[in-house]
Design a protein around this ligand. Structure first.
Ligand SMILES: [Zn+2]
Length: 279
């Protein structure tokens, strides 16, 4: 699933292509993408509108349109936004919608598992509509070590489950959770409320550090993720523990383990990330 670095890579590349340009027309070929909207009504609402900006909060993209409304997208498991210099004919594999841009070019929403979603959000009242859907974006100034500590305090759920909770911090998924916990030397199964303030600070720093590295690498592509140009990212080559079961820890050479934590396949070094007893 695309996480913050993958969605941010898409945001930047898409902004270069379409900000300041006008949507010529759109076609929604999978009604489930825009449910409960009627596909032709949804597509018609895009026609003739100018793209002013593209924002991101966690894994959500907001394509800001004139008229104070955002086309809001979530790629979920396998969603891709792919740029073409024309309108592909035949459509790209797994196409669910195509947005044509005036002056040439198009953006295809392709999605083999079809869990991705698209809807409109007004600018006025958006904060109220959005309230509670996500916590602070992990790369924003609003995500602080102190705030993370406040959200972990007293929690008995494991550290991995808590940093995967988008209401605690928005943008972290399975990959970057494993990598950040390794960098901070926190066992994924350790209760979040166990972490002392210095360890929370270290975890906060590690989350930012690994996400920043992911953005620089253009995201991680071991399966479906591709950028707007259909290219693979490079972060998968920089993983320290994720998907490295049986390999040696790059810090201590202990064999990396894999298990299920927070219902997700989880990788860690048993020596660098020992399970601490509660205080
Ligand atoms: Zn180690």
């Amino acid at each position: 699933m695309p996480e913050l670095p993958e969605v941010e890579t898409i945001r930047r590349q898409l902004a270069e292509r379409i900000v300041g340009r006008t949507i010529r027309g759109a076609r929604v070929s999978d009604p489930r993408l825009v449910d409960p909207w009627e596909p032709n009504t949804f597509a018609g609402r895009l026609e003739g509108r100018r793209v002013e900006r593209i924002d991101r909060v966690g894994k959500y993209l907001f394509i800001e349109l004139d008229g104070d409304e955002a086309l809001t997208l979530h790629l979920r498991m396998t969603g891709q936004l792919l740029w073409s210099d024309d309108v592909p004919d035949p459509p790209l594999p797994y196409t669910r919608a195509v947005i044509g841009i005036e002056g040439g070019g198009s953006v295809t929403f392709a999605d083999s598992r079809r869990f991705g979603t698209a809807w409109f959000l007004p600018r006025v009242g958006r904060e109220r509509i959005w309230a509670g859907r996500t916590g602070p974006d992990a790369m924003s100034a609003a995500f602080t070590a102190r705030g993370l500590g406040d959200r972990l305090r007293g929690r008995t759920a494991c550290a991995k489950a808590l940093i995967l909770d988008q209401r605690i911090v928005a943008g972290v998924g399975n990959i970057y959770a494993d990598e950040a916990l390794f960098m901070a030397r926190v066992n994924p199964a350790e209760p979040g409320g166990n972490l002392t303030a210095p360890r929370v600070t270290s975890l906060h720093r590690a989350i930012r550090d690994r996400l920043r590295m992911g953005i620089t690498a253009g995201g991680a592509s071991f399966d479906r993720y591709r950028d707007v140009n259909g290219e693979r990212g490079g972060m998968q080559d920089l993983f320290r523990v994720h998907r490295r079961r049986g390999e040696q820890c790059p810090r201590c050479q202990t064999t990396i383990e894999k298990g299920v934590v927070a219902q997700r396949g989880t990788y860690w070094c048993p020596k660098c990330q020992p399970l601490m007893e509660g205080d």
